[in-house]
Ligand binder design. Structure first.
Ligand code: RIB
Length: 307
């Protein structure tokens, strides 16, 4: 079946520890829970899209280890097309070491493993399958040059591109990349890293968004966690309210948001409406422990909106 969405990105196994508060440098604390959960910004977006009912293809690489094998089972269980997910011999699957505190906030360290082997030759070998989808989702846990290259392929073939600039790139986004993107979705700290403007309210979000728009024609959507999101595009700057939920773990809320955004845009909704839906998907994803456990179905997300 032709996919509506393709996610080009990272596949990580998350090693997650829950702790009452984050340790200070040099301090040892006793955690309250440990688990191994499927994660990775790319794969989280793919799983969230599939849960919503989106026909989704994953593009990326795993290692030839137990984490990679487990992940393929996860993708299959979620109904994600893995026809172009490649296994790299002699390499580990990407991992993320995550601490979650009692408020659901997290610290994350990633070790890319096979994600670091997603290169332009992989994109060339699979480009026809990637651009079959109308919407292509990118993040920055695979090599920057590969993301730029893949975005160029996708954009030149008429696909809509959504770039989550996460983790924040240390040297900013290239002009080339910015010219290929239709929707750019930093969170507040990524927006600050990209512009030097701290985002705390609509005025500062507008300033950061407009600064980005001097470099790109993309619609800017700044994710603000529980406060919702800010849109900055040709129609000006506006705030779209978020949803209040009982938070267990905020890991992957931004990934869930991007999936919700792509899903709604892909179903013909306006950007404002799509951001409202994405806020609900992101909020619901925070109600379970681990990146993907609480990614909602379409009806669950609509249920929160209509509550
Ligand atoms: O966005 C959350 C994700 O970031 C986690 O699942 C972890 O794998 C890191 O990539």
């Amino acid at each position: 079946m032709t996919p509506a969405f393709c996610v080009v990105g990272s596949i990580n196994m998350d090693l997650v520890t829950q702790v009452d508060r984050f340790p200070r440098p040099g301090e040892t604390r006793t955690g309250t829970k440990f688990g191994t959960y499927p994660g990775g910004k790319g794969a989280n977006q793919a799983v969230a899209l599939a849960r919503l009912g989106g026909n989704t293809r994953m593009a990326g690489k795993i290692g030839d280890d137990v984490f990679g094998a487990d992940y393929m089972a996860t993708f299959r269980d979620e109904g994600i097309d893995t026809s172009i997910v490649e296994t790299v011999g002699g390499t580990s699957t990407g991992v993320a070491v995550i601490e979650v505190d009692s408020g659901g906030e997290n610290h994350i360290i990633i070790v890319p493993g096979a994600n670091g082997r997603v290169d332009s030759s992989y994109i060339d070998a699979n480009v026809e399958q990637i651009v079959e989808a109308g919407y292509i989702l990118f993040q920055l846990e695979t090599p920057f040059e590969t993301v730029a290259y893949a975005m160029r392929q996708a954009s030149s073939r008429g696909c809509r591109t959504i770039l989550d600039p996460a983790p924040a790139p240390p040297h900013g986004l290239s002009r080339d990349m910015l010219s290929q993107v239709d929707y750019l979705t930093p969170n507040e700290s990524e927006a600050e890293a990209l512009t030097g403007i701290a985002v705390a309210d609509l005025d500062s979000a507008a300033a950061a968004g407009n600064e980005l728009r001097t470099r790109t024609a993309a619609g800017i959507v700044i994710k603000a966690g529980g406060h919702g999101a800010y849109i900055i595009d040709d129609d000006g700057a506006r705030h779209v309210s978020g949803y209040s939920v009982d938070i267990a773990d905020t890991t992957a809320a931004g990934d869930a948001f991007n999936a919700g955004l792509a899903f709604a845009l892909g179903h013909g909704r306006s950007l404002d409406d799509a951001v409202g839906f994405a806020n609900a998907v992101g909020a619901m994803s925070c109600t379970g422990f681990g990146a993907q456990s609480a990614m909602p179905t379409y009806s669950a997300a609509e249920g929160l909106i209509n509550e």
